[in-house]
Design a protein around this ligand. Structure first.
Ligand code: G3I
Length: 302
């Protein structure tokens, strides 16, 4: 196959990109998106600050634009993200106790309810653990206590019964204290009937990242009977070293039956959250980089 999306589809997988609606007017951007990718995720516009800037006042217009773009082209949409300690609107940060709990539930109902039926998988909770496997001491953790993650998953299931529900995090690109804490959380959720369907391995990487247990980590989550997704892939560096990391990640996903797809955190080096780096598959002029060719070849089984 000649595009990332078509090549991934050969094994029933998707290949997606994080997208910002402002750039859909840019011909190079949208041409590349529509040609190469068969899934999208909102880089920012489905987050809490964007969707509920004032309490109970929802703004879905930018997210709707992405969903419509995807729908009309048969692309999957990943939902990112319902509950996160970052990019909360200011009003949330002032809440405590059950008031914050109710705001979280209302937010999940509002957002997941609005896009119910449109979303392939929601990142229900994002980045709730520290590197050492302890819970991040966010306002959510401090105000709501240990149960807030499962409360969010129960609410998301009720609001959109058709979406897969994922926990999503970074620096879990191998077997380490943080990924093991999440692994244990999944086991605990399954034992107690808390709905969870997938874990998102963000994969913000570098050309010299240690990937020695990357595939084994994907596999151990899959062996629990959940899906894994590579949700925010980008790789600092350039040239063949960068391409080799992209290739290794792609091959690891392909080797794990329950790794259902890969999303890169952007399309072009011109628009990335890592402005001093060139972490994506297309250069600033939308030319295919060595990393692109490595991923395409891997997806084609070369
Ligand atoms: O929307 C405001 C705009 O009104 C204002 O004029 C402008 C001035 O700085 O800021 C705009 O907000 C920025 C927003 O992106 C939208 O462009 C924020 O400052 C900026 O902090 C925010 O950065 C995003 C970041 O998440 C926030 O934590 C990045 O674009 C986005 O790529 C990044 O994505 C995260 C994932 O959600 C979770 N995993 C890590 C990943 C990378 O950090």
């Amino acid at each position: 196959a000649e595009t990332l999306g078509d090549a991934a589809a050969q094994s029933g997988r998707y290949f997606g990109a994080a997208v910002v609606p402002e750039l859909l007017n840019d011909t190079n951007y949208v041409t590349t998106l529509d040609r190469e990718f068969n899934a999208i995720v909102a880089e920012n516009v489905m987050k809490w600050d964007a969707t509920e800037p004032s309490r109970g006042q929802f703004n879905f217009s930018a997210g709707d634009q992405l969903v419509e773009h995807a729908r009309s082209r048969g692309m999957l949409v990943r939902g990112h993200t319902l509950v996160w300690h970052a990019q909360q609107p200011g009003w949330v940060q002032g809440l405590s106790g059950n008031d914050l709990r109710q705001a979280m539930i209302d937010h999940i109902n509002g957002v997941a309810g609005h896009w119910s039926g449109d979303i392939y998988a929601w990142d229900v909770v994002n980045e709730a653990f520290e590197w050492d496997g302890t819970r991040r001491q966010s306002n959510l953790q401090q105000q709501l206590g240990q149960g807030w993650i499962e409360e969010a998953f129960h609410a998301a299931r009720a609001a959109d019964p058709n979406a897969k529900l994922c926990y999503n995090d970074y620096s879990i690109d191998g077997i380490n204290l943080k990924s093991t804490a999440i692994y244990n959380m999944v086991i605990d959720f399954q034992a107690r009937g808390v709905p969870i369907d997938c874990v998102g391995i963000q994969s913000h990487l570098s050309w010299d990242s240690d990937l020695s247990s990357y595939q084994a980590n994907l596999q151990r989550f899959a062996d629990l009977g959940i899906d894994v997704e590579i949700t925010e892939l980008d790789v600092g560096g350039s040239g063949s070293a960068q391409a080799a990391v992209y290739q290794q990640v792609t091959e690891a996903c392909l080797a794990v039956a329950r790794c259902t797809g890969i999303t890169t955190w952007g399309i072009t080096d011109q628009h990335t959250w890592r402005p001093n780096d060139t972490p994506l598959l297309f250069d600033a002029n939308y030319q295919k980089k060595p990393a692109y060719h490595a991923v395409l070849a891997a997806l084609n089984g070369a």
